[in-house]
Design a protein around this ligand. Structure first.
Ligand code: IMP
Ligand code: MG
Length: 179
């Protein structure tokens, strides 16, 4: 483990175990349907790939890149679309896949946008939920893990674009980002 970390928060095995459960939940909910799974990049990329492969339901996939942080650990509250979806969501059952719901601003914006574009249904699955930091009243339909007020990295999650490639999730030492 890197000296930048306080501790490991979730091992690879713990993550994969919950990915399987989330996939089962989605398979039940979307039986007989052809949903469009949307990955909110870059953070959800690892979770997204593991999740759609663990599902039995055939899904189409698409991607949207949202940026809200720059290099800080505080959300700007104004998430920007850096890259939009290729597919139309009109009349589609959309599964939005997030890495973490923190302030809730990103999710709020995504829901507004995709429901506004005519999605038939909108279901949110997040790997992590940080409810203590919520600024807007919004919740994922399914959440794998809850996390306290810590900054975590790995398995897609970054600090200043680092650590996304780790297969586990670790708590970043405060001295790394409180410089
Ligand atoms: P929001 O504050 O709910 O809009 O979350 C915005 C984004 O911030 C999330 O989708 C993550 O990409 C990122 N984020 C929030 N908390 C953390 C964290 O602890 N580590 C890494 N990224 C985070
Ligand atoms: Mg994100």
């Amino acid at each position: 483990m890197s000296g930048d970390f306080q501790s490991v928060f979730l091992t690879e095995a713990q993550i994969q175990n919950q990915v399987k459960k989330a996939a089962e939940w989605l398979d039940k909910r979307f039986e007989g349907k052809k949903p469009l799974a949307v990955s909110v990049l870059k953070g959800s990329v690892m979770f997204f790939c593991d999740l759609v492969r663990a599902m039995n339901t055939p899904v189409q996939i698409d991607f949207m890149t949202i940026s809200s942080y720059g290099s800080s650990t505080q959300s700007s509250g104004m998430p920007k679309i850096v890259m939009d979806l290729a597919a139309s969501v009109e009349g589609r059952d959309v599964i939005l896949v997030e890495d973490i719901v923190d302030s809730g601003n990103t999710l709020y914006k995504m829901r507004d946008l995709l429901v506004g574009r005519g999605a038939k249904s909108f279901t949110v699955v997040t790997l992590l939920d940080k409810p203590s930091r919520r600024q807007v009243d919004i919740k994922a339909d399914y959440s794998c893990f809850e996390v306290g007020d810590e900054f975590i990295v790995g398995y897609g999650l970054d600090y200043a674009q680092q650590y996304r490639d780790l297969p586990y999730i670790a708590i970043l030492k405060r001295e790394i980002y409180e410089k």
